[in-house]
Design a protein around this ligand. Structure first.
Ligand code: PSU
Ligand code: MN
Length: 299
């Protein structure tokens, strides 16, 4: 069962701006405590400040929440069961006590209740050894399939970014650079790869979103570079990623375990700098998403 929180339900019926948020990033699978609760507070505040209503998604006692009530947020911060799109139905039917939603699950939920904009830090993508492991995040297909504009700082930098862009092209997802011609690399502003489209204001994103909605096409990826003041040194983060991947490589991890393990190792290798960067970019994405949602609501 999907339950829409009161404030979110009112906003949807009044056609006001709403921004869906995933919860994996706010659990310890995404960020270490207490940075996870700080991230949640900063993102929800940023959405409100820009004139939209935040709608946090999560599973609690089998209920798929969108607009999780504040008093239940503690459950999300402590949860360690990752719920992707494939897991949603099972989590609901089996009354999972507490589960955190990924991008793929959140996009499914948002679409189902009529929320058209979603924000996160970085989406999942094609992993670097995908030709061997077959590991391609379900986030990509979920975005392709659901008419939600997803705002992120590109895809996580430890992924295979060129292949991630190729895959998005194959699935007809337009990747739009927010005030940039380059695909961001999460911790740094540019991966050096070109994006097919650039926009410089929220209204332009809203127009593209609405045009795709009229066509009955799927989602759009708005790629927002990390703010300049929070950007990490490219060389240093590249080394930390190599180190993180090496650490995880020997552990025979697969499926949903891979991403949280790599994130934790990168955090270690950067001495926590990656966490500060993650907070800053997630907050910035939430703000941009709210502006886009606001403009969509005007059209
Ligand atoms: N962004 C972060 N940290 C995270 C994630 C995103 O900064 O933990 C999560 C998101 O929930 C995303 C998921 O949907 O990782 C992708 O996991 P996988 O690679 O297993 O598809
Ligand atoms: Mn995977």
């Amino acid at each position: 069962m999907i339950v829409v929180g009161d404030e979110v339900r009112a906003a949807i019926s009044a056609k006001k701006a709403v921004v869906a948020l995933e919860s994996t990033i706010f659990s310890t699978l995404g960020l270490p405590a207490p940075a996870n609760s700080e991230a949640l507070a900063r993102c929800t505040k940023a959405v409100r400040k820009a004139g939209a209503v935040p709608a946090l998604t999560a599973v609690v006692d089998g209920v798929i929440w969108v607009g999780l009530p504040d008093e239940m947020q503690e459950l999300v911060l402590n949860a360690s069961v990752k719920v992707a799109a494939r897991d949603l139905g099972v989590a609901s039917a089996r009354r999972l006590s507490a589960g955190v939603t990924t991008v793929s699950a959140s996009v499914v939920i948002a679409d189902q209740v009529g929320i058209e904009v979603f924000a996160t830090g970085g989406i999942g993508g094609v992993h670097r050894d995908a030709e061997i492991t077959g590991d391609i995040s379900a986030d990509l297909d979920a975005i392709a399939h659901h008419g939600v504009t997803v705002v992120s700082a590109g895809a996580k930098a430890f992924l295979d970014l060129p292949r991630t862009l190729e895959y998005l092209e194959t699935r007809s997802v337009p990747v739009i650079g927010w005030r940039t011609d380059h695909f961001p690399a999460f911790y740094t502003q540019s991966s050096g790869l070109d994006v097919p489209y650039r926009v410089d204001d929220a209204k332009s994103v809203a127009r593209i979103h609405v045009a795709r909605r009229e066509l009955g096409q799927g989602g759009t990826l708005l790629a927002v570079p990390i703010p300049t003041h929070a950007e990490l040194d490219g060389q240093r983060i590249a080394e930390a990623i190599e180190e993180g991947l090496r650490q995880v490589d020997g552990r025979q991890l697969s499926g949903p375990q891979v991403t949280p393990a790599v994130l934790a190792e990168i955090e270690k290798a950067t001495g926590g700098e990656s966490v500060d960067a993650n907070l800053a970019l997630a907050e910035n994405n939430a703000e941009v998403a709210a502006k886009v949602a606001f403009e969509i609501a005007q059209l």
